[in-house]
Design a protein around this ligand. Structure first.
Ligand SMILES: Nc1ncnc2c1ncn2[C@@H]1O[C@H](COP(=O)(O)OP(=O)(O)OP(=O)(O)O)[C@@H](O)[C@H]1O
Ligand SMILES: [Mg+2]
Length: 282
């Protein structure tokens, strides 16, 4: 039996899925989860790789002190990090931290560093809006901005949500999946209720799914029972994702059947992210 969701979460799911998306052409998407190691960074990298293949101007904001997305995108030089950006927090200052990735001309990066941990501890009234302010006028230069969150729902993830148009909740197919996803959805609802009403839930995505495992199928069914059509097509477990990350290259350029299948999954997710900001979608 899936745990009961609070009435607030159920109402929120109905509300965000049915509200019309704004007519802008930039999607700022936070990728978040309550737990660590569930596949957030892999999804950000998979989407960035898919966007690079299509020539879609994309900015990755690495908001995790572990700096995994930064390592994978391997910028030649990074004079400023997102930690400097949040410390300064002047309107538009994030532009000064943007660097080219080694993946190609379409994917740029605001890198992270370990010192970002200090920013997570610096809370004050309004401090959750530092990233939003610093990104003013920056996001609009891209079709897609992907924010890779740390593995918690604290200050940095709150900053990500306030800077975003949409949020993607990532979960693993475990006993805790529904509970973890519900807490992440709650964090989105809190941001909406605290003045960021336009924030949308893109959906909930389960990763590292092995369809042959009955346990994974069961946990996926539980998620669907709890969250309905907010649950997106899952990302299967593909060794090519790890191989490509080890080689600092997009999985889209890795040559194997597993890589091709992974690329197809990320292409489908990219379509969902991009169409979520088209004005015709209901
Ligand atoms: N679909 C997948 N198939 C195979 N391996 C995967 C998949 N998704 C993620 N992984 C692997 O699982 C590990 C954790 O993934 P990832 O770093 O993306 O998680 P995360 O949620 O960003 O972690 P953290 O919370 O620590 O930032 C990595 O080794 C990654 O290569
Ligand atoms: Mg990560």
């Amino acid at each position: 039996m899936p745990p009961n969701l609070g009435a607030g979460v159920r109402h929120f799911l109905i509300m965000v899925r049915s509200s019309a998306a704004p007519a802008d052409t930039t999607t700022v998407l936070s990728v978040l989860s309550l737990k660590g190691g569930v596949g957030k960074t892999s999804i950000v990298l998979g989407l960035a790789g898919a966007a690079e293949e299509r020539g879609i101007p994309t900015l990755v904001v690495d908001l995790d002190p572990q700096a995994n997305a930064t390592s994978a995108l391997d910028p030649v030089a990074a004079p400023y990090s997102v930690s400097d950006v949040l410390h300064d927090a002047r309107a538009g200052v994030a532009a000064e931290a943007v660097v080219n990735s080694c993946w190609g001309p379409s994917v740029q990066l605001i890198p992270s560093e370990r010192a970002l941990e200090h920013r997570a501890a610096e809370t004050a009234p309004g401090s959750e809006r530092r990233l939003r302010t610093s990104m003013l006028g920056v996001a609009s230069g891209y079709r897609l901005v992907l924010i890779d969150c740390p593995p918690n729902l604290g200050e940095l993830t709150r900053n990500a949500l306030y800077a975003s148009d949409a949020a993607l909740v990532v979960t693993e197919p475990s006993f805790f999946a529904v509970q973890s996803a519900a807490q992440a959805v709650d964090a989105i609802e809190v941001a909406r209720a605290s003045g960021h009403e336009s924030l949308r839930l893109l959906g909930i995505v389960a990763t590292r799914i092995r369809p042959r495992f009955a346990e994974h199928r069961y946990r996926l069914a539980e998620l669907r029972e709890a969250f309905g059509d907010a649950v997106l097509e899952p990302i299967p477990d593909r060794t090519a994702i790890q191989q490509a990350q080890g080689a600092c290259m997009p999985v889209q350029r890795w040559r194997s059947a597993s890589a091709k299948a992974a690329a197809a999954s990320f292409d489908q997710l990219l379509d969902a992210a991009l169409t979520s900001s088209e004005p015709t979608r209901k």
